[in-house]
Design a protein around this ligand. Structure first.
Ligand code: 4NP
Length: 152
């Protein structure tokens, strides 16, 4: 099972989703390939935003070596599901030509279909903790649903 997490910049939300999912894949010995990318390409080659690096570190996950990249429609054939962080990401993926049947939103997984907000909308670093908790909950539910394991 190949899973791609997508947000706008690939510097705040989707790198966290990738790292958390990889943590569970490793913990449960799952056969899965996990990646992330952004719809914009505005931050190509950049490390994640400081807030995401710090909140991940607090949860014992190191994302400092991660680099941002733009998603390509050719990846439609590589990934089984493409998991967007918000509805704007879904719209952008559809506009790029991704197969609608492969696109999910993280909010579908235990988050009452909520968008995972861009943490830039928050005025302080509490936003990153809130976004981290949403992403962790969504990723846990997604892993449980697709891999039939009990994640706790
Ligand atoms: P992300 O957050 O999509 O979670 O990586 C953002 C990062 C950068 C920008 C917007 C959202 N930006 O406008 O540059």
């Amino acid at each position: 099972m190949n899973i791609l997490f997508v947000c706008l910049g690939n510097i705040c939300r989707s790198p966290l989703a990738e790292a958390i999912a990889k943590h569970y894949v490793s913990k449960f010995g799952l056969v899965a390939s996990i990646d992330s990318a952004g719809t914009s390409g505005w931050h190509n080659g950049e490390t994640p935003c400081e807030g995401s690096i710090l909140v991940a570190k607090k949860h014992h996950i190191d994302i400092s070596g991660f680099r941002s990249r733009k998603v390509s429609v050719y990846e439609d054939s590589v990934f089984d599901i493409i998991v967007a962080m918000d509805q704007a990401n879904v719209r952008d993926l559809l506009e790029m030509g991704f197969d609608r049947s492969k696109i999910r939103k993280l909010g579908e997984f235990g988050l009452e279909n909520a968008d995972v907000p861009d943490p830039y909308h928050y005025k302080n670093n509490e936003g990153f903790e809130c976004v981290y908790n949403m992403i962790e909950k969504g990723v846990k539910h997604l892993i449980q649903q697709y891999f039939k394991v009990s994640v706790e």
